[in-house]
Design a protein around this ligand. Structure first.
Ligand SMILES: [Fe+2]
Length: 251
């Protein structure tokens, strides 16, 4: 599998052939900021992950720790401190990769307050904001959140739309969000069946209809690096190359 990826990355057979690093130069969804959520626990893990990203040709990482009222009440000041520590370690290790901070917000009351107070971590010139909805039920009043996000000048990006059971059951509800200005970020590991068959099927459906705006890893542990490598084959590269992805705007 690694050989496939290397061939893919360095494909010289055609001048128009894109490499994986061309279409995924920046990972904008991951949990590699150490010790702040259910992601990587230590700075050593973060550096090992970043080294692998560099090997893959990735130029930048926007880390997106969970922020939610009940589970991960992360304060921005603390997240900024940890980000500075990682940036210093990257400089010390001479790793050629950009590292910056955003977040993955759970749509809850705290998030609404943060939006009202303009205290939201966003990324890119277009002020993209990554958010997720709960796993159990279709979110109530999501329209209000989408409206407020856009009113405040943000571009909402729904994390892993293919993973929610309620959207797998009624994809028309999901597509209605697009009409309300919501962008979609696909988890690459969905393509490897990492989250089950239904997520894999919806992932492919969303790619076929060209409704995916960003791809990301949503990496939580180092073993996910191996899972990601399982995605890296020529068919997937061809499929992703045809998408109107915005990842390259972030590098
Ligand atoms: Fe995530």
């Amino acid at each position: 599998m690694w050989k496939d990826f290397t061939n893919w990355l360095t494909n010289k057979h055609s001048t128009v052939q894109k490499s994986f690093a061309d279409i995924w130069p920046v990972d904008l969804h991951n949990h590699i900021l150490p010790g702040v959520d259910d992601g990587l626990p230590t700075l050593e893990d973060t550096l090992a992950c970043l080294q692998k990203y560099v090997d893959w040709g990735i130029k930048g990482v926007i880390c997106t720790p969970h922020i939610s009222q009940d589970y991960y009440p992360n304060e921005v000041q603390r997240l900024k401190q940890v980000t500075l520590t990682v940036q210093q370690a990257i400089a010390d290790a001479n790793l050629p990769i950009q590292f910056s901070l955003a977040a993955e917000y759970l749509v809850d009351e705290w998030y609404y307050t943060l939006l009202e107070q303009d205290e939201v971590l966003c990324f890119g010139k277009d002020r993209f904001v990554l958010f997720e909805t709960g796993w159990a039920n279709s979110p109530r009043q999501l329209d209000q959140y989408l409206f407020l996000m856009q009113l405040k000048g943000y571009k909402p990006v729904l994390a892993h739309p293919e993973r929610y059971h309620y959207y797998q059951s009624s994809p028309e509800q999901l597509m209605a969000l697009k009409d309300k200005g919501c962008l979609f970020q696909l988890n690459l590991m969905s393509l490897a069946g990492h989250y089950g068959k239904r997520a894999q099927q919806l992932a492919h459906k969303l790619l076929q209809s060209k409704d995916i705006d960003f791809i990301g890893s949503d990496l939580h542990r180092l073993t996910h690096l191996t899972t990601l490598e399982q995605v890296f084959d020529q068919d997937t590269l061809d499929l992703l190359s045809q998408q109107p992805l915005l990842n390259s705007q972030l590098s």
